[in-house]
Design a protein around this ligand. Structure first.
Ligand code: ADP
Ligand code: MG
Length: 277
């Protein structure tokens, strides 16, 4: 076992009884295809309200696909097909009577590579989602929103004096926190994060982890990570995905993160979390 795979205790407790309307996200029997190729096979997972759920597993096993299905980004790929259900507090995210923009607004996404609008100011980056969702707000409400979102994203004290500076001028870790602030501005109930720290240095990674632990008070978080220490530090629930020998991705094992890391039920989980493949 290398140092990289040593399991550390979480840096802070996850907050279960948090303020605000915390939402549970549930995936039921999700099967996904690209063209004729099945990449996920009947994946079911409950992502508890106010928890941080970590999706782990080797590359290519369908973690990103699963995450994109949760907020209907999968359907942006023309060859993509889908069976199964996604429920946000029991409500069908794919309900044809529900506007797509409402689903995306309720379920935000942060990507591996920080992608703020580089030429746009820090302030305008945070507010960008309001325009997309057609939300009107007075100037003072917008200023309050900018401050509260940047505060929640752990960036306020670093940028409060330069809100008019371009987002592209920030460091990588700051840009990622700006993207988190931008996601928060439309008041999502769930935040999906696809390897949000893979492009960042260890210090920025740690700052984002602490931000996530705070955010879990008000949004349900689902994170894809290749970093087992990170999964152990931040998540309360964990799901291990695997796609072996050309078979589509499935969840081999899921449940309480500490239990899964300390006493995995499946040998393949044990091998993976201990860095043996
Ligand atoms: P992971 O995030 O676990 O690395 P992905 O969800 O990105 O896995 O990919 C799962 C499988 O789906 C892989 O075999 C990948 O090649 C395939 N795949 C992903 N995106 C597309 C796409 N847009 N078109 C076709 N195949 C894709
Ligand atoms: Mg991926």
């Amino acid at each position: 076992t290398t140092d990289e795979t040593t399991v550390l205790p979480p840096v802070a407790p996850v907050h279960p009884g948090a303020a605000g309307p915390l939402a549970e996200l549930q995936a039921r029997d999700i099967t996904a295809w690209f063209g004729d190729r099945k990449v996920l096979d009947r994946v079911s997972l409950t992502m508890p309200a106010g928890g941080i759920t970590a999706l782990i597993g080797p590359s290519g096993c369908g973690k990103s696909t699963f995450l994109r299905i949760l907020n209907r980004m999968h359907e942006l790929v023309p060859s993509a097909r889908l069976a199964g259900e996604v429920l946000l507090d029991g409500q069908d995210v794919y309900d044809p009577d529900r506007r797509l923009i409402d689903a995306r607004r309720a379920i935000g996404m942060v990507f591996q590579k920080p992608n703020p609008f580089p030429a746009m100011s820090i302030r305008e980056n945070v507010l960008a989602g309001l325009r997309l969702t057609g939300t009107r707000a007075s100037r003072s409400v917008k200023e309050e929103l900018v401050e509260s979102c940047l505060t929640k994203a752990g960036l306020w004290t670093e940028v409060r004096d330069r809100l008019d500076a371009p987002g592209g001028g920030l460091s990588g870790g700051q840009q990622q926190r700006l993207c988190i602030a931008r996601s928060l501005a439309v008041k999502p109930r769930v935040l999906l994060m696809d390897e949000p720290c893979s492009a960042l240095d260890p210090t920025s990674t740690r700052v984002i982890e602490e931000t996530m632990l705070e955010l879990a008070r008000e949004v349900t978080i689902v994170i894809v990570t290749h970093n087992m220490q990170q999964a152990a530090r931040v998540s309360s629930t964990c799901a291990f995905f695997l796609a072996s020998h050309g078979t589509p991705g499935v969840i081999v094992e899921h449940g309480d993160t500490r239990a899964m890391f300390s006493s995995p039920r499946d040998q393949r989980t044990s091998d993976y979390v201990n860095g043996r493949f």
